[in-house]
Structures are given as C-alpha cells and as structure tokens.
Design a protein around this ligand. Structure first.
Ligand code: SAH
Length: 218
C-alpha cells in the first residue's frame, strides 16, 4: 500500500487543522499524523481522504470525519495497555488509531461485508485488534473479554445501552453519541456506589446504531 509524500503532507496539514479545531492531545495528533487514512477507504475517494469529512464506505456506512475521530479519541483518554471496546468497526480507521495508542482493542461490527473486509485489512496492516461480527448493544458477553477500561461507540445510539455500562470497569469511561436524527456527544464515567458522571460535548451526526441482529462472535 502506498503512502506518497503528498499524502504525508496532507496528513500534516490535516493535523494542523485538528489543532486549530481544538484538539490538544499530542498522542492523538501524532498517531493521526502517522496512520494513512486513505488506506481505509475506497480508492475512488482517496483524493478526499484528508478533507475533514465523513466519506461513504461499504454497506451504506461512513468512515467518520477526522475531527470526530480525534475528538472522540481525545475524550476517551486512552493509555497504553488499556482494554478498549469499540462499537462500529466500519472502515477500521478508528480501530487503527486506538491500536497505535497502545490499546488492546476489541471491535464489533454488525454488517458482515464490512466485518470481513475490515478484519482482513487490519490483519494485513498487522493490527492485532480482535474483530467481532455481532450486535454492539450487547457488547461482548459470551466470552471473558469484559470488563473494559474504555468503550467508544462510533454510531448514533438512541440511549446508553446498559450491557455496555455493565462491561465497563469502575472509573472506566465511555464516549457515546446519543440521539436519533442528531446526537449529543456524551462522556460517561462509571463510579463506584454512585450514579455515572455524564458530561455533554455538543451536537454531532452519526449513522444510526441499529439493533436486532443475531449475535455471533469469531
Ligand atoms: N469507526 C468507524 C465508523 C463507521 S460508521 C470508522 O471510522 O470507519 C458506524 C458503524 O457502526 C457502521 O459500520 C455500522 O454498520 C456500525 N453499526 C451500527 N449499528 C451497530 C450495532 N448495533 N453493532 C455494531 N455495529 C453497528
């Protein structure tokens, strides 16, 4: 896979723009400068890979826009070695960013076409994220992967799914866009013996988190 000087330059510029948009976490900025976003999308769209926009991928889904990936990742506060559950693998771009930050990543996708394509892409890029085909509303109950330090949801959820809260460690953090047509970005901190702390970070728009799929892990 290619990564030209021009594309590396575009990534540098993308990161300058992310700074201007308020991203301050240096570890997030440096991994976003490193990972070629154009590897995670259709070759017909690569010239737009470093524009700050969501772009179509398989199965009528989208790769999140760079500023959204940066913002969610910054809110998540990932440290090396943390166990992170991602709902909505999609293109795998967000997954790769989490891996580059040193997290042990578990990611769930409900669309078989995307699951297959992205699982093999991540593998070919030597990312060791564990990919699951299944229903993100349920998280990972069947095997002993939970609890997680962090949970990130990359589709618009109508509410905060309780199984995902249950699978979060005490003091763990979930970043989730909640709403129907439009969502609000929430950071939810689980606290022992207390209600979770919910912080609000403005409006956003994601493809919907869909339910009612048969759960199957592999
Ligand atoms: N992180 C991805 C975002 C992809 S868009 C990226 O940057 O490419 C959101 C993804 O969530 C879509 O691929 C969609 O199929 C998936 N999704 C929607 N509902 C889901 C559910 N209930 N469980 C798992 N994945 C779901």
């Amino acid at each position: 896979m290619q990564d030209s000087y021009k594309q590396q330059g575009q990534r540098l510029q993308m990161c300058r723009n992310l700074r201007a948009k308020g991203i301050t976490d240096e570890s997030v900025l440096s991994v976003m400068e490193k990972v070629p976003r154009h590897w995670f999308m259709d070759s017909a769209l690569v010239e737009h890979a470093y524009d700050d926009q969501a772009l179509p991928i398989l199965c009528d889904q989208t790769i999140s826009q760079p500023s959204t990936v940066a913002f969610q990742t910054q809110l998540l506060g990932v440290k090396p070695g943390m166990k992170v559950l991602e709902i909505g693998t999609g293109s795998g771009y967000q997954t790769s960013i989490l891996c580059e930050l040193g997290a042990k990543v578990f990611t769930i996708e409900r669309q078989k076409g995307l699951f297959d394509k992205t699982k093999s892409l991540l593998w070919s890029l030597r990312y060791t994220a564990k990919c699951f085909l299944g229903d993100g509303y349920k998280g990972l109950t069947e095997v002993d992967y939970a609890p997680f330090d962090r949970v990130i949801i990359t589709c618009g959820a109508p509410y905060i799914p309780q199984p995902l809260m249950d699978q979060l460690k005490p003091d763990g953090i979930m970043v989730i866009p909640v709403g129907n047509e439009q969502q609000e970005m929430l950071r939810v901190t689980k606290r022992q013996g207390e209600e979770p702390l919910i912080e609000h970070f403005g409006n956003c728009r994601f493809v919907p988190m869909l339910g009612n799929v048969q759960y199957k892990y592999q």
